[in-house]
Design a protein around this ligand. Structure first.
Ligand code: ADP
Ligand code: MG
Length: 693
């Protein structure tokens, strides 16, 4: 076995307990140590004259003890004053032993490293790393920068440094242990160091001058690793795609008569874009290879009916379809829509969420297993253990950006039966720019619904400070008097559901008091499914005028008569999320409004971001502008896009690398196919089992 693949406990000085602590850092085998990079570096290569220190500096100094004293004042502490020819400084220790006090005898030579601060009696260092030496030769300076690693409880720098040193020594001793999967010509072309060189540099930088480049991430050693990581993400999706193409899928030829009837009975004609995307889906589903298709369409572009059409393709070909939504609320709404659209077909639609319990759940599970239920709508509960399908032909995942990439791949696993794979359709309203899409969607074919149903009027958005709340409340009164409905959305930055719900409850109380003639209901994530259902149905049937909600209504909710939305604290949300929320209004044919009610003062950045939203109703434009303003790290790194997590790469810092990834990835995939899997294993590890796809 490759020595680097052995547990860290096989290294000298690492026992079972230390190994368990390493595991908390994600370090299991020796190779993991190599990829556990320093968070920063300390420069202990030179002494700084004490006289030139300033508060805020971190430095290595040396001097002679002038006196050491225990100060009873305030918190009891040991103060040691040391001086060199240029000045003096105090070392301060809150924890110390008698022997320590003793060792700091006047005249003793001390070298120490730490951060300088202003203290009671001038400059001081608190708990510096220090060493008492016999003579000035003992001021042993490091010849290299000192790496500082991310730690976990019970695991100190010394232990990590020693372990990393051993791991590096192993590679140096036998270069074959760590394969550099990037071919030399490519390295050369990109001006990157070899893997071995890069790791050596990052763990033991020889050149103190490189410090700045290492800290800010522009050093080629770091770039090379970031590149390799991004490349492996691309390759993992790319190989998932090619592997899936070697699998077989049921041929879903559909039944033209049924499809025709479905379309004719809809309450509206399909848009051109919907018809085009439906054709693309039907063409893929007719093939023997599993379809892997992403449907991108802005909020309100009518993706649900496209999903229903696809489900009908499966059912009329004798297969089952499963439709997964990210929230219960949305799953319930899809269930209702599907049930209505399929009411004149003999097609049973079932709903399965985490709330489906007991006998009902049992019956549904049996219906899915026996195949008597051809269409299942639900949350991720649909793909949990214990849920079996008779002949699953199509998986549809709605609002897929709410699920991570890896979750999506895992779901694909769940849906398979023996050698046959269901077709997969994923849908999202969140457009992401092309360069980022390839890290996210390289395994998918993409269809775009680039047209809204006719008659939609743009939503008029205004940005107003929260101190004009009374005007907003008056406006609701007038709005409701016109027999129209509204949303009031409470948001909080913490994703704490409890806090959000509490805020919504308080707001609902406040509004109930302020708006006596208005029928108000509350909906939030902590309510029982049945309660949510009652509130939602009442709102749909216009027994409620104003729905106070948390961001649970972010996706899917569709009540055309509700044309006014107030969003509190919009400055705290991502633009895509706001756009998505706002998409709840503007669904009818009359004018609609969105009021973004921020908490002043508004930062310049927040002002510009809300301005983007005010000025555009187009999700693609908003996403592009947001990217310009915030950079790819922020845009990709939110739950809106189903964040991809990187160990080393940082999309903001490494944005320059993205341009090349796809082109080089394709070359790599074709020219060095054998390196693809090991590279993915190295970076993505056990988190994904592409081999089984
Ligand atoms: P989204 O793409 O955001 O999921 P939905 O599928 O929820 O959009 O559709 C939004 C609204 O538009 C729904 O009320 C739906 O019934 C309606 N709709 C969908 N397609 C059309 C169409 N071709 N013409 C008119 N209304 C449509
Ligand atoms: Mg939708």
């Amino acid at each position: 076995m490759n020595r680097l693949q052995q547990p860290v406990a096989t290294l000298a000085g690492i026992g079972a307990q230390t190994a368990r602590r390493f595991e908390k850092l994600g370090i299991r085998v020796i190779q993991d140590l190599l990829f556990h990079l320093p968070a920063r570096y300390e420069d202990r290569t030179r002494l700084t004259p004490i006289g030139s220190l300033a508060a805020g500096m971190t430095a290595m100094i040396a001097g002679k003890v002038e006196f050491a004293d225990v100060l009873p004042r305030g918190r009891k502490s040991l103060i040691v004053r040391i001086a060199d020819d240029t000045g003096f400084i105090s070392l301060k220790f809150f924890h110390y032993s008698a022997s320590q006090l003793h060792a700091f005898a006047p005249g003793a030579l001390v070298s120490c490293y730490g951060e300088v601060r202003y203290g009671y009696a001038g400059l001081e260092m608190t708990h510096p790393d220090y060493r008492i030496v016999a003579d000035t030769d003992g001021f042993s300076l490091e010849t290299r920068l000192t790496p500082v690693y991310p730690l976990t409880e019970g695991l100190g720098q010394t232990v990590i440094r020693k372990a990393v040193k051993q791991a590096l020594a192993l590679c140096e001793y036998d270069a074959r242990l760590l394969t550099d999967w990037i071919p030399e010509p490519l390295l050369h072309e990109l001006r990157f160091p070899t893997l071995q060189e890069a790791l050596q540099t990052l763990h033991t930088p020889g050149e103190p001058a490189a410090s700045a480049a290492l800290q800010n991430g522009s050093h080629p050693a770091l770039k090379r690793l970031a590149f390799e990581e991004l490349l492996s993400h691309y390759l993992s999706l790319r190989s998932a795609k090619s592997k899936i193409q070697s699998c077989r899928a049921p041929v879903l030829a559909g039944d033209p008569a049924a499809a025709d009837r479905f379309v004719r009975r809809l309450p509206f004609p399909l848009t051109g874009a919907q018809r085009r995307v439906i054709t693309e889906i039907a063409d893929s589903c007719r093939k023997i290879q599993p379809m892997m298709r992403l449907v991108q369409g802005d909020v309100g572009s009518g993706k649900t009916v496209v999903a229903a059409y696809a489900a009908l393709l499966a059912v009329s070909s004798g297969y089952q379809a499963a439709v997964m939504a990210p929230t219960e609320l949305l799953a319930e709404q899809h269930y209702r829509n599907f049930s209505a659209w399929f009411s004149h077909f003999d097609i049973q639609v079932v709903l399965l969420t985490g709330q489906t319990k007991g006998r009902q759940r049992q019956e549904i599970l049996e219906a899915l297993k026996s195949g008597t239920a051809p269409i299942a709508v639900g949350t991720h509960a649909l793909f949990q253990d214990g849920v079996e399908f008779d002949r699953l032909g199509l998986c549809i995942i709605d609002e897929q950006h709410r699920f991570g990439v890896h979750q999506r791949l895992a779901l694909r696993e769940k849906g398979r039966q023996s050698s046959i794979r269901p077709h997969q359709l994923v849908m999202t309203a969140t457009p992401i720019p092309r360069t980022l899409a390839m890290l996210q969607y390289s395994d998918l074919d993409i269809s775009v619904i680039d047209e809204l149903p006719p008659g939609r009027k743009p939503i008029v958005t205004s940005v107003i400070p929260a101190d004009r709340r009374h005007e907003v409340i008056a406006r609701i009164n007038g709005w409701v008097a016109q027999k129209k409905q509204a949303y009031w959305v409470c948001t909080l930055i913490e994703e704490s559901e409890a806090l959000q719900c509490e805020a919504a409850e308080k707001t609902a109380e406040m509004l109930t008091e302020a708006l006596s003639g208005v029928r108000i209901a509350l909906i939030h994530g902590r309510m029982k499914a049945a309660e949510k259902d009652v509130a939602m149905q009442a709102f749909k049937q216009h027994q409620i005028d104003l729905l106070v909600a948390t961001t649970v209504i972010e996706v899917g909710v569709d009540v055309p008569n509700a044309g006014l939305m107030i969003i509190e604290n919009p400055e705290r949300l991502g633009l895509s999320q706001l756009h998505q929320l706002r998409g709840r209004v503007g669904r009818g044919d009359s004018d609609s409004y969105c009021l973004l009610m921020y908490q002043p003062p508004l930062s310049e950045m927040a002002r510009r971001r809300l301005g983007i939203l005010r000025d555009s109703n187009d999700g693609f434009v908003i996403a592009e502008k947001d990217l310009e303003l915030r950079g790819p790290g922020e845009v990709l790194g939110t739950r809106q896009t189903g964040a991809v997590h990187f160990k080393i790469a940082d999309l903001a810092r490494d944005a320059d690398l993205l341009d090349n990834i796809q082109q080089i990835g394709e070359r790599f995939f074709n020219e060095v196919p054998d390196a693809v899997q090991p590279l993915c294993d190295r970076w993505l590890g056990a988190s994904i089992h592409y081999a089984e796809v």
